[in-house]
Design a protein around this ligand. Structure first.
Ligand SMILES: Cc1cc2nc3c(=O)[nH]c(=O)nc-3n(C[C@H](O)[C@H](O)[C@H](O)COP(=O)(O)O)c2cc1C
Length: 275
């Protein structure tokens, strides 16, 4: 089992030999994004368990500056599908409609803005970029705790950065207050076993793990081996042939922006100053 997990995660690249295995690490290494769901609603208590896990994550200065909106109304999900569609990729995410719940993870400084203002204090730190970074980081940390809880319950998830494609329209749709914005969505539901997802390979640890100082030569020549692992994954998953480097070209290129180039304007309209 652990060998299978390592083979899926690293393929023929160097594999870490000394991992400490337990139920948690096995679950973490078994993660895969799920883009095909059964229509079943979330089990009773699943949402609350995920949120309790999210709330149990560390929080910068204990400020709790995130919120989450659980969308289950099919009409709202239809809007989310439309808003997350892409001029480049088209409507490539039918699972937004299919998943029983889409969680919108909101970086949310609105509560603390109100608390400080009520105490007669001007929340000046919200005028600086760090406020956005801090709330975004905390939101992501909380969401990932919820993901781990969901996967432990046998549910599948897929993050949805595409929820930033039309951030302004989305904010209006879900009536976000000032000093908040949706960082990403998260599809959650029971994975459809007939359309199961595979574990996606990652580069060898030598590519990402540095010791004491950043070493730009670390992992030299890694790309070829990672492409081999990626090619095998895509072939076995029935995906069309595409190198990982091609994904980088798309992911860092103009088409990928898909409206996200307007995000700065959107958050400024929400009150952030990004100083
Ligand atoms: C912040 C974030 C945003 C993402 N946005 C999308 C998305 O909009 N659509 C999608 O299909 N997958 C999305 N993903 C999923 C990634 O494509 C996926 O995690 C990555 O390919 C690695 O695959 P794995 O999660 O199966 O290991 C997102 C992942 C993250 C962390």
């Amino acid at each position: 089992m652990t060998n299978e997990l390592l083979n899926s995660r690293y393929g023929t690249q160097d594999q870490p030999a000394n991992l400490i295995w337990n139920d948690h690490t096995r679950q973490l290494l078994g993660h895969r994004s799920v883009r095909a769901y059964l229509p079943d609603p979330l089990p009773d208590g699943a949402l609350e368990t995920m949120v309790a896990a999210a709330q149990s994550a560390s929080s910068s200065s204990n400020l709790h500056h995130w919120s989450v909106i659980a969308v289950t109304d099919p009409a709202v999900k239809r809007e989310l599908t439309r808003l997350s569609s892409s001029d480049y990729f088209g409507s490539s995410m039918p699972f937004v409609q299919e998943a029983p719940a889409i969680l919108l993870w909101v970086a949310d400084n609105s509560r603390n803005h109100a608390v400080a203002t009520a105490l007669g204090v001007e929340p000046v730190s919200l005028d600086y970029l760090d406020a956005l970074v801090m709330a975004t980081a905390d939101t992501a940390i909380a969401a990932q705790n919820a993901v781990v809880a969901a996967e432990a319950m046998g549910l599948g998830v897929c993050y949805l950065g595409a929820m930033r494609n039309r951030a302004r329209e989305l904010a209006d749709l879900v009536r976000l207050p000032p000093y908040s914005f949706v960082v990403f969505g998260l599809a959650v539901g029971r994975p459809d076993p007939a359309r199961s997802a595979d574990i996606r390979p990652r580069p060898a640890q030598s590519v990402v793990l540095h010791h004491d100082r950043y070493d730009a030569t670390r992992g030299d020549g890694w790309l070829g081996e990672y492409e081999t692992a990626t090619r095998r994954f895509r072939a076995e998953s029935g995906m069309r042939e595409r190198s990982w480097a091609e994904s980088v070209v798309v992911g860092t290129g103009r088409p990928y922006l898909d409206g996200r180039e307007n995000l700065r304007r959107m958050v400024e309209k929400q009150g952030y100053r990004l100083g």
